[in-house]
Design a protein around this ligand. Sequence first.
Ligand code: ADE
Ligand code: ZN
Length: 324
Amino acid sequence: MENFLNAMPKAELHLHIEGTLEPELMFLLAERNGINLPYASVEQLKAAYDFGNLQDFLDLYYQGADVLQTEQDFYELTWAYIEHCRAQHVIHIEPFFDPQTHTDRGISFATVINGISRALDDAKKQFGMSSGLIMCFLRHLSEAQAFETLKQAQPHLDKIIGIGLDSSEQGHPPAKFERVFAKAKSMGLLLVAHAGEEGPAQNVIDALDMLHVDRIDHGVRASEDPQLIKRLVKEKIALTVCPLSNTRLKVFSDMSEHNILKMLDVGVKVTVNSDDPAYFGGYLTENFVALYHALDMSKEQALALCRNSFEYSFASPERKVEMV
Ligand code: ADE
Ligand code: ZN
């Protein structure tokens, strides 16, 4: 079964590129850029990856991103992820990046986006891997800062397919970003938002009704509202679910408690994704394998999850036909 899960063609729709920064590359870039990490070794850093909740993780994740300084650093980060995708038969990817994490410490928007998109272009040329880059706003920052980031993105709109919303969900509901999402939509960008990860089902409803998103990232707490589940099924709204992330961040106490297959079986368009694989113990195959071990996922269920990823991706209709 593990071989089957690795070999089946897959797409990834929820992946933070900064969350693919493996400890070894973090140390390499720290040394190259003359940055002091507050850990003596890779082992000591890995030992810190024991999170009680989302915020515990975010604190480490933002600190780790400090080692990313040059366009080449962003290229190498992205290329390392692409190599994992190659090994796991991931044929289409829609990575997120968090420009504010970098521009707030003096790295230019162009440095970040040029490094990432050059790697995505090379993956397309060398392997035929298709992709679409999604720019996320950090929701713990202000609406004005999100508008400023959207402005910085203007000269680079050819490299971005959509915008997203991530970081601390508690205390930063979708309503805060209603106007900037409306502006992005008017610019022709696709829309996604993290909702119902740690926050309540109401955040999923508000992401749909106030932000008008095309997909929901996570959304697992939607299952607390049976009416909402009915709506997701009826309106065919896809959820980009991240099983290993959810257990590492204690959204579910154990993988055996995870609701993804229950949602799949009632007709919700759920997909499997890795979120921040360098921090949560695995890439896409490991997420599928974890569902097999904990929930006895069948091959049919695994294939249905992959089909959802292709169908609800933002790939062109022609590419979708090739993939499914
Ligand atoms: N940024 C990176 N990973 C995230 C997650 N799982 N939730 C919110 N923001 C994030
Ligand atoms: Zn995420």
